[in-house]
Design a protein around this ligand. Structure first.
Ligand code: AMP
Length: 402
């Protein structure tokens, strides 16, 4: 068993037969005009739902979706998600408008095989994000067993993640969380060498804690995206109008010193695709070295950088990738990120992609199926790797007396 799961029951350890099971899922899928544009989180939730259905459990599911302000914010309704679940499970999914209301009790009494209850977006209730005990008590009153399979929300102390399981005795994680933890533990417990962390994205500040945690574990860091410009500026490069975290220049310098002192590798961009503005896709050029002109900003890594990064990954035994190499949402600036997706996918070792933008980039690049694991939780996977205790997991852990 992965050590991150020590003291936590998984759904197979729980007595769920004929019980009412509250299943907290992460069905926070992207929607466009009411249509689901990426159903990864729905399909990732199916094994636990299916298992509970096979066990004859009466299932009460819920999730958050987006950041609604009130229940009137119908664009965040779980209705389209319920419809899709119903198609995939070949079952009837009954949407209950008011999570924590009285309707569930009635429904449970007449619930038949092949019917599941889906509570509306839990964030429609203001108490959810406040970890309200009162809301948790209302949710708890009809249920026997609590299962958390919402990895992407487990770093949040919210009612349906934290306050609710505190009230329930029989509780554990579903298959999705079990797999996430098993995979992420391989990145921090005796990982195989050579091990590279490929980091990108907008801000160093979001990744500092993970760099700190991984510095003694990895053989090297490969850094691209806007994050790299703070490091390059700290080295005295001219980075023009690129996104730089001025207040992190000192940190970047110290970090580079520590990486060097430990004889670890640090690969930074040696060339860039630059533009005159974030939305300007016509006035672009590839720089000849790591410097730019004062009126330019970096939007992607350049071709020599792509080659350097890909070469380093060729023999990697372990890779953790989090964060795009450029503004990959813009097709003209996506080459570096997609090339890294390929390089990570092609490497022979264990390759794990942190969630969020890197998961989307892996999908868009067409290399997703070649990754060992793509996490469904961006923030949660980073916090877990940093060694933070995730409230949604800790609450499920049996206290082991020493
Ligand atoms: P993060 O959430 O920190 O992983 O950042 C992801 C975001 O970083 C994406 O929306 C990218 O567009 C953005 N990003 C990556 N490279 C750059 C860059 N060179 N300039 C501005 N934004 C970038």
């Amino acid at each position: 068993m992965a050590s991150g799961l020590r003291g936590i029951k998984t759904v197979k350890d729980l007595v769920v037969k004929d019980k009412v099971v509250f299943l907290r899922l992460d069905l926070n899928v992207p929607l466009k005009d009411g249509r689901i544009t990426d159903e990864t989180r729905i399909t990732a939730s199916l094994p636990t739902i299916q298992y509970l259905m096979d066990q004859g459990s009466k299932i009460v599911m819920t999730s958050h979706l987006g950041r609604p302000k009130t229940a009137e914010d119908k664009k965040y309704s779980l209705e389209p998600v319920g419809k899709r679940l119903s198609e995939l499970l070949k079952a009837e999914v009954i949407l209950v408008e008011e999570p924590g209301g009285d309707a569930v009790k009635q429904l449970l009494m007449g619930l038949r095989k092949g019917q599941l209850i889906l509570l509306e977006n839990v964030r429609f209730v203001p108490g959810e994000t406040k970890n309200s005990v009162e809301f948790a008590q209302r949710l708890a009153k009809d249920i026997d067993v609590y299962v958390n399979d919402a990895f992407g929300a487990s770093h949040r102390a919210h009612s349906s993640i934290h306050a609710l399981p505190e009230l329930i005795k029989e509780k554990g994680v579903g298959f999705l969380i079990e797999k996430e933890i098993q995979m992420l533990d391989q990145l921090i417990e005796n990982p195989k060498s050579p091990y590279f962390a490929v980091l990108g994205g907008a801000k160093i500040s979001d990744k500092i804690a993970v760099i700190e945690k991984l510095i003694d574990i990895v053989d090297g860091f490969i850094i691209g995206g806007a994050m790299a410009y703070t490091f390059l500026k700290a080295q005295g490069r001219e980075v023009g109008k690129s996104l730089v975290e001025e207040d992190k220049l000192k940190y970047a310098n110290e970090m580079m010193g520590r990486i060097e002192a430990r004889r670890k590798t640090l690969l930074l961009p040696v060339d860039h695709l630059v533009s005159q503005g974030i939305a300007d896709t016509t006035n672009t050029r590839v720089t000849t070295d790591a410097n730019m002109k004062a009126n330019e900003l970096g939007v992607d890594i350049g071709p020599r950088t792509i080659e350097n990064f890909a070469t380093a990954l060729k023999s990697a035994a372990t890779v953790f990738w989090n964060g795009p190499m450029g503004i990959f949402e813009t097709a003209e600036f996506s080459k570096g990120t997609f090339a890294m997706a390929k390089a990570v996918a092609d490497c022979p070792g264990l390759k794990i992609v942190g969630g969020g933008d890197s998961a989307a980039a892996a999908e868009d690049s067409g290399y997703a199926s070649k990754m060992t694991h793509i996490s469904t939780g961006g923030g949660a996977s980073l916090e877990y790797l940093q060694g933070e205790k995730l409230p949604g997991l800790e609450v499920l852990r049996t206290k082991i007396r020493s």
